[in-house]
Structure formats: structure tokens, C-alpha cells
Design a protein around this ligand. Structure first.
Ligand SMILES: CC(=O)SCCNC(=O)CCNC(=O)[C@H](O)C(C)(C)COP(=O)(O)OP(=O)(O)OC[C@H]1O[C@@H](n2cnc3c(N)ncnc32)[C@H](O)[C@@H]1OP(=O)(O)O
Ligand SMILES: CC(=O)C(=O)O
Length: 538
């Protein structure tokens, strides 16, 4: 059976740019356009040339090799011809293969926002589309507020779509601009439009997520007959965002309900890069990927529940709707107080630690983890501390060094210039190879001072930890008040590209930090000896 082609249109660089808090530079835009182009997106909408210096510079040359490069802008103003409208001229002259024109399709907006007659708006649509086509470019029209317009004045909304179609627009894109439409309304409206003679292969959908249904509305539109979907990476966009292409693409490609009938321009090999595309984009935005994102989140294929882990290990299909590797993600069976033996055996096996299901040491490890989690530890986010605990319980951690005591002082005083200054100093006493040593250090804060002192002189091990770096430090107060229990999580990295998390818990923040720092250093020494850190994918 031949499949219908679904065209994917990305508006990350245009509607995504309208997200509060997001402001791309030209360099960002170049990098994102390349990511989208390499991935196999059909249309990359780059922005609004002429609206601001960034977009104008971005459109100085074509920024995609395979994807169609699209300039966005509004239809010509009423009362002037297309050739006399400087805004439209700027769009047409900008580098790019296509122009996407935003046009009013709700008569209320024509009256209130444009202040012209309904006929003048229709004339702006046809005149602008014709001007784009005459310039040798593909024209498409984003019918703004189409679904609201259809509810309020069906005939006028249809007239706008028909005018764009008859003027030769390749795509007439139906926009749920305010994001309030429901899937059933989308389906019914599109069916009516197709019944009026505008074919589905010329229709697109642009859905906003104000009721959390942008993806559902886009899929409903496809079921109703549209063949172009507009959306953004990770669902960014104005207000609550746009339809998330990172969710839509795997649904179209992996769910038989869609994949039996439709195909996209993306290969299955590229689909396996989806998680890296999504996370790479978050990296560029300087934000952490959302753990619960469908398909690509760190939790998308994770389980803490013992019953789930047990079944997953027998056959992953028991608790997975698609194979994680199909989207470049991976299965994660975590250890926590929600886990049973299967979680632990699997987590240990991944780290190269074999233990039998009936080994009493396994029961002991599970009991320790559950007991510690009850007091505030969280091993699911502290892989290295879990691994060390497992090695210790199974009796396999060398005694590299021991800390006999530490002391941390924080002093607030006036400096020589008479300004108030806060100084942190730490003293650590430890025994390495039978030799007692003492290190003193000052730091930006008490934890920093302690870290520097601990790692200042580790005797024979000093050169081994030279490339150890602390890259993140998180503190969580587990119950209120100044005598609260504190959980500290530390992320460490080394020059091999290794990254690991350690945890400490105490009613004293310095003590909690010390535990996490100690685990980090010991883990590094174990890792250097290939005794830890050999984590295999599940
Ligand atoms: C639903 C959407 O997401 S549509 C995209 C929205 N995105 C943006 O607006 C981002 C980029 N926009 C901009 O930088 C500016 O709006 C510009 C540069 C395009 C225009 O700036 P200005 O000329 O100062 O106009 P301003 O932004 O104040 O108002 C928009 C004008 O366009 C008119 N207009 C709006 N939509 C259309 C349309 N589809 N066709 C013709 N004219 C339109 C409005 O009536 C208004 O005209 P007025 O100034 O005579 O009242
Ligand atoms: C065009 C557009 O972004 C909208 O109508 O939402």
C-alpha cells in the first residue's frame, strides 16, 4: 500500500523565538537550522526577515542544504499593492525557498486588528501569494485563528482559505492561534473544509498548546486529512508552546495507526538520534532536558517499581510502548526503596557486579539501601555512591586513605580596607599509607574550602586525582527549619569524559557535603583501577 507523505515544518526559529525567555543569536539560529536540516525536517522557518537585525542577518543567505528555507511575514497591508509594500518586498527578497504569509481568517480580527474590510483582507491574501509565486518561491499561508474564525463566521474563514488556495498557495495552514481548540473540533472543521473542495494534500496544521493538546490536535488534523504539520523542537513557542515535533515525529513513525498509512522524510536511523537532537537543543538553550518528556526524557523508559523491573527483565515489551533505542533513549532500571531484587540485580550487572538472587549479601544491600533512603539518601540520582555502597557491602573496596578528622571555619570580619568579608577555611587530617597528613585550605565557601583541603595532598594518590573536577553541587532540604536534614548531591567529572554523582545526607550541610566529596574521590580511585564506573547500557 502506498503511504501518504506527511511534511514536517519546523518553526522553532520563528514561533519558538516568541517564547518568553528565549532569544536566539544569529549563531544559535545557524546551529539549530543545521540540526534540523541534518535530521531530515522538510521545512525550516528561520524567522521574520526585516522585523529585527538578527532575523535580517540570518536571512542574508540560505541556511539549509536539504530542507526548504522559509521566511515568515505578514500579508501586504490593505490599501497598497503588493509591489508597493516594503514589508512584503523584504520577505520576497530575503534568501529562502519559500515564504509563509500570516493572514487573518477571523473577521473579528480583520475588523479589530487590521481595521480594514473583509474584502480588502482577501485581496491582501491573494495579492501577497501571487507576488511570492511570481518571485519564483513557494507560497504558503498561515490562516491565523482559523478554528476560532470558523466557529464565528464559517463562510469568511472558508473564503480566506479558498482565496489562498486559488491564488496558488502550496500550503494553506490552519492555525489554532489561541490554542483553545479540541481534537474533535479540529477533526470536524478540517473535514468540512475538505468537503468544500480544498484538498488535504494542500492543508497544514499549526497548533498551540494552551490546553495541553497541541500534539493531539496535530494528529487529529492528520487523521482528518492535512499533510503538513508545523511544530517546534521540545514544544517551545508562544505562551504554552507549539506542537512538539519531538513527540509527534516518533508517534507518526512508530505507531502503526500512523506509520501504516503515512511516511515522513526522516529515516529510522535518524529517528534513533531524536534524544540527542532534543537534548542538544536544550543544551543550546542552557537548560536541563525535562526528565518526563515523552520518548526522549531520562524517565521515559525508567522504572523504580520492583514489579515493573522484574517483568521488564523478562521481556521489555511488558512495560515499554516502543523500544527505547528506536529514539536513541535507553532503559533505566533504578535502585530505590521501590525496588525489589530484580532492580538491584540488573543495576549491579550493568556495573559489572555479579550477584546471585539468593546471595544473602544481596538482601543485606537491599536492606541498607531501603534503610538509608528512609533517612534521606536518594541513590537513583547518585550512581557512584550506589556502586560504592554495593562494592562495600559485597566486600570489595580497597582502603585507599582514611580521614581522621576535619574542621571548617567561617569567619565574617573587616578586611584591611575596612570592608566586610567572609572567609572560609578548612583543615583535614588523614592517613595515607600509614602516614598521617594535614591539609589546610581557604575557599569561596565552607564546602569549597573542605573540597580543596581534602584533595590538596593525598600522598601517593595525589597525581591520580589531578583531573578530578566537581561540576555540579545540589542541596536539598528534606524537612523545614534550621535543624533540617540536608541531602547533598555532587557531580564529578574527569578527563576521560567520565561523569558521576555522589550523595551525602546529614543534619549538618558540611557533613553531608563531606560524605559526597569522599565518595567522589574514592570512586575516582576505583575508576582509575577499572574497579568501578564500567556502566553498560541496558
Ligand atoms: C500568530 C503569530 O504568531 S503571528 C507572528 C507574530 N510575530 C511577530 O509579530 C514577531 C515579529 N513582528 C515584529 O517585529 C513587528 O510586529 C513587525 C516588525 C513585523 C511590524 O512592526 P510595526 O510595523 O511596528 O507594527 P506593529 O507590530 O505595532 O503592529 C502590527 C501591524 O501589522 C498589521 N498586521 C498584523 N497582521 C497582519 C496581516 N496578517 N496582514 C497585514 N497586516 C497585518 C496590524 O494591523 C498592525 O498594523 P498597524 O500598525 O497599522 O496597527
Ligand atoms: C501563525 C501563528 O504562529 C499562529 O497563528 O499561531
Amino acid at each position: 500500500m502506498t503511504k501518504d507523505r506527511i511534511y514536517l515544518f519546523d518553526t522553532t526559529l520563528r514561533d519558538g523565538q516568541q517564547t518568553p525567555g528565549i532569544d536566539f543569536s544569529v549563531e544559535d539560529k545557524i546551529a539549530i537550522a543545521k540540526m534540523l536540516d541534518d535530521f531530515g525536517i522538510d521545512y525550516v522557518e528561520g524567522g521574520y526577515p526585516g522585523a529585527n537585525p538578527t532575523d535580517t542577518e540570518f536571512f542574508a543567505s540560505k541556511r539549509t542544504q536539504n530542507a526548504s528555507f522559509v521566511a515568515f511575514g505578514m500579508t501586504k497591508r490593505a490599501g497598497i499593492s503588493a509591489s508597493n509594500d516594503p514589508g512584503l518586498a523584504g520577505l520576497i527578497q530575503a534568501s529562502g525557498d519559500a515564504v509563509c504569509l500570516v493572514a487573518k481568517s477571523w473577521d473579528y480580527h480583520v475588523k479589530v486588528a487590521l481595521g480594514c474590510s473583509n474584502e480588502e483582507n482577501l485581496d491582501s491574501i491573494s495579492g501577497s501569494v501571487q507576488a511570492v509565486i511570481e518571485a519564483g518561491k513557494e507560497a504558503m499561508v498561515d490562516c491565523e485563528h482559523f478554528f476560532d474564525g470558523y466557529k464565528n463566521n464559517r463562510d469568511y474563514a472558508l473564503a480566506c482559505a479558498r482565496t489562498a488556495y486559488e491564488a496558488g498557495a502550496r500550503w494553506i495552514v490552519l492555525c489554532d492561534t489561541n490554542g483553545g481548540a479540541q481534537p474533535s473540533e479540529i477533526r470536524e472543521t478540517i473535514a468540512a473544509l475538505i468537503a468544500e473542495g480544498i484538498p488535504g494534500e494542500r492543508l497544514g496544521i499549526h497548533a498551540h498548546n494552551d490546553t495541553g493538546q497541541a500534539v493531539a490536535n496535530s494528529l487529529a488534523a492528520v487523521e482528518a486529512g492535512v499533510r503538513q504539520i508545523q511544530g517546534t523542537l521540545n514544544g517551545i513557542g508562544e505562551r504554552c508552546g507549539n506542537a512538539n515535533l519531538v513527540t509527534l515525529i516518533p508517534t507518526l513513525m512508530l505507531k502503526p495507526h500512523f506509520s501504516d498509512r503515512f511516511e515522513t522524510g526522516i529515516s529510522l536511523e535518524k529517528l534513533a538520534e531524536l534524544t540527542s537532537l532534543s537534548h542538544g537543543f536544550d543544551e543550546l538553550l542552557n537548560r536541563s532536558p525535562a526528565a518526563q518528556s515523552p520518548y526522549v526524557g531520562a524517565s521515559a523508559f525508567a522504572t523504580k517499581a520492583g514489579i515493573h523491573a522484574s517483568a521488564l527483565l523478562k521481556d521489555p515489551r511488558t512495560y515499554e510502548h516502543v523500544p527505547p533505542e528506536s529514539v536513541g533513549n535507553f532503559r533505566k532500571v533504578m535502585v530505590s526503596d521501590q525496588g525489589g531484587k530484580s532492580n538491584f540485580i540488573n543495576a549491579l550487572k550493568r556495573r559489572g557486579i555479579e550477584v546471585g538472587k539468593s546471595d544473602p549479601k544481596l538482601d543485606k544491600l537491599i536492606a541498607i539501601v531501603k534503610e538509608r533512603e528512609a533517612t534521606g539518601y536518594a541513590y537513583e540520582g547518585a550512581d557512584a555512591s550506589f556502586e560504592l555502597l554495593a562494592h562495600r557491602t559485597l566486600g570489595r573496596v580497597p582502603e585507599f586513605f582514611s580521614v581522621t578528622s576535619f574542621r571548617v571555619m567561617v569567619e565574617r570580619r573587616f578586611n584591611a580596607m575596612g570592608q566586610i568579608t567572609t572567609v572560609s577555611e578548612a583543615v583535614v587530617k588523614l592517613v595515607v599509607d600509614g602516614q598521617e597528613m594535614m591539609s589546610v585550605a581557604e575557599g569561596h565557601g565552607p564546602v569549597n574550602a573542605l573540597d580543596i583541603a581534602l584533595r590538596k595532598d593525598l600522598g601517593v594518590y595525589q597525581s591520580e586525582i589531578a583531573d578530578l573536577e566537581l561540576v555540579d553541587y545540589k542541596v536539598r532540604i528534606l524537612n523545614g527549619g534550621t535543624e533540617a536534614i540536608t541531602r547533598v548531591l555532587i557531580e564529578s567529572a574527569d578527563s576521560d569524559g567520565g561523569r558521576w554523582w555522589t550523595v551525602g545526607v546529614s543534619d549538618n550541610i558540611i557533613d553531608a557535603s563531606f560524605q559526597a566529596l569522599m565518595d567522589s574521590v574514592v570512586f575516582k580511585l576505583m575508576k582509575n583501577r577499572d574497579l568501578a564506573g564500567r556502566i553498560a547500557a541496558e
